[in-house]
Ligand binder design. Structure first.
Ligand SMILES: NC(=O)c1ccc[n+]([C@@H]2O[C@H](COP(=O)([O-])OP(=O)(O)OC[C@H]3O[C@@H](n4cnc5c(N)ncnc54)[C@H](O)[C@@H]3O)[C@@H](O)[C@H]2O)c1
Length: 354
């Protein structure tokens, strides 16, 4: 990749955060003293997969990463050798098989989990749930043992349940810190921004749209009433409904277009890299870093909920409220609660079994 291309990718990631394109403030700690970014180790679990590989590439390009550990049950030496030749700060190491998981995780600051199986034709939601729940449980047990202080970014689906599963595993191990567990819902925000920009006729780089609730179907609630910049001509109720539905069905749009060859990987890797970059900025003390994420929450009566979150040196600095909601959004909020509640309960129940 040419240096021009590298700058382009770097600046796209930098600008993508809903907060950073507005504030563009350098991290307090090291930029104010003119120093270089502090050392940060990022681990990707599931690094040889459809999401894991492009995510490894994007994290290697992130100047805030000093060590990048790539773990999978197979294929990581090749991915690590390949990504490791790129000219950027992060030292890359590949780890394969359970016996190397502990070393991969040691001293991690951020662990990103895209391990698991994606939705495939013929697979029921329960099949997907059972396989991924088992994978998430075993990986989170290892995190509790080898890097209990790390921030965990959960990508493995169903996020509405895998985050409560992770919380239960950490509680059992005595390491749970609700400020350090995030469900990555950034892809919903990425999609909402793209669809809104196109309909509203505004530049996508300037768009901000909060997406709240959860991370599946109707639990995904984009708040287009809060979208900025405002459209050139007012969007009709029908337009808003169509944008909402397209955001909720974004994953299916990709699954169908890929015709049985997997689900979203490239846009998910981009979204995962944007979110991880914001987490790292928060850790480094950069102020006003805000992203939507699915976290332990008091915003509604549900114990986990996605909303805007201010990121800081300890992970979650503040879970922000919902703000103004239109009548349509209020209905969407009430309508999503029962499904989200049962997904949370399913995760908690699954974690308590064996
Ligand atoms: N959060 C989101 O927005 C979002 C979007 C798309 C996909 N996903 C989810 O991300 C996950 C991965 O999707 P993908 O398309 O990359 O799948 P994939 O099958 O291409 O890759 C998954 C990788 O996980 C690895 N893996 C399996 N068990 C493991 C274990 N115990 N430890 C470490 N690695 C293990 C596999 O070897 C594989 O390399 C799926 O659960 C998918 O549903 C989430």
């Amino acid at each position: 990749m040419s240096s021009a291309m590298r700058r382009l990718v770097g600046s796209a990631l930098k600008n993508a955060s809903s907060s950073s394109f507005k504030t563009n403030v350098m991290p307090r700690r090291f930029y104010s003293s003119g120093g270089s970014p502090p050392p940060r180790k990022v681990v990707v679990l599931g690094a040889a997969g459809g999401i894991g590989q492009p995510l490894a590439l994007l994290m290697k390009l992130n100047p805030l990463v000093s060590k990048l550990a790539l773990y999978d049950i197979a294929g990581t030496p090749g991915v690590a050798a390949d990504v490791g030749h790129i000219n950027s700060r992060a030292e890359v190491a590949g780890y394969m098989g359970e016996e190397q998981l502990g070393t991969a995780l040691e001293n991690a600051n951020v662990v990103i989990i895209p391990a698991g199986v994606p939705r495939k034709p013929g697979m029921t939601r329960d099949d997907l749930f059972n396989i991924n729940a088992g994978i998430v449980k075993s990986l989170c047990s290892a995190i509790a043992k080898y890097c209990p202080e790390a921030i965990v970014n959960m990508i493995s689906n169903p996020v509405n349940s895998t985050v409560p599963i992770a919380a239960e595993v950490f509680k059992k191990a005595g390491t749970y810190n609700e400020k350090k567990l995030f469900g990555v819902t950034t892809l919903d925000v990425v999609r909402a921004k793209t669809f809104y920009a196109s309909k509203a006729g505004v530049p996508v780089e300037e768009v901000d749209v909060p997406v709240v609730g959860g991370h599946a179907g109707v639990t995904i609630l984009p708040l287009f009433s809060q979208a900025t910049p405002k459209p050139n001509s007012v969007l009709s109720e029908e337009d808003i409904k169509a944008l909402t539905k397209r955001t909720q069905d974004g994953g299916t749009e990709v699954v169908e277009a890929k015709a049985g060859k997997g689900s979203a990987t490239l846009s998910m890797a981009y979204a995962g890299a944007v979110f991880a970059s914001s987490v790292l900025k928060g850790l480094n003390g950069e102020p006003n870093i805000v992203e939507c994420s699915y976290v332990q929450s008091n915003v509604t009566e549900l114990p986990f909920f996605a909303s805007k979150v201010r990121l800081g040196e300890k992970g979650v600095e503040e879970v922000l409220g919902l703000g103004f909601l239109s009548e349509y959004e209020k209905q969407g909020l009430e309508g999503l609660k029962s499904e989200l509640k049962s997904s949370i309960e399913k995760g908690i129940k699954s974690a308590s079994e064996n």
